[in-house]
Design a protein around this ligand. Structure first.
Ligand SMILES: [Zn+2]
Length: 148
């Protein structure tokens, strides 16, 4: 069996994001001139064209915009977890930001319960340490009894 290629080095514009994830915080670059969040990070603001930005911590909650289930792992980090569901999440505190991540169970080792998955379902970020150098953002459904 062919060996998978090693993960590429982290893009410099994403280093602050992964550093904040490693301490359990979600941060997004925000335009200094107009306040618009930029995700994914890019050199110029799409709204006003400014190149100035700062990293801001945002609340780790969002709403499901869309989802799909994959049966093939895109990386060795997830090879033992297929099939799994990937969600596109609109952040509650930065409505122009949509992030992509795995939908995971709130209890590690327990199969993810998809019964509450729907467009608009509330999710919260969970920070997963992977075999690669990154801590990645995954999402778990917020159920009424776990509302935080
Ligand atoms: Zn701007």
């Amino acid at each position: 069996m062919a060996e998978r290629p090693a993960a590429a080095d982290t893009a410099p514009e994403l280093v602050p994001f992964f550093e904040s994830c490693s301490v359990g915080r979600l941060t997004i670059p925000r335009c200094v001139a107009c306040g618009e969040y930029r995700w994914p990070p890019r050199p110029l603001c799409l709204l006003c064209g400014s190149s100035l930005f700062e990293w801001h911590e945002v609340a780790s909650y969002g709403r499901v915009y869309s989802w799909t289930t994959t049966h093939r792992s895109p990386s060795v980090d997830f090879a033992g977890t297929v099939p799994f569901t990937i969600v596109v999440v609109t952040l509650e505190s930065a409505a122009n930001v949509r992030m992509v991540g795995r939908l995971v169970s709130p209890s590690p080792g327990v199969e993810t319960d998809l019964s509450g998955l729907s467009a608009g379902a509330r999710v919260r970020a969970r920070f997963e340490r992977l075999e690669s150098p990154h801590v990645n953002v995954a999402w778990e459904l917020v159920r009424p009894d776990t509302e935080g």
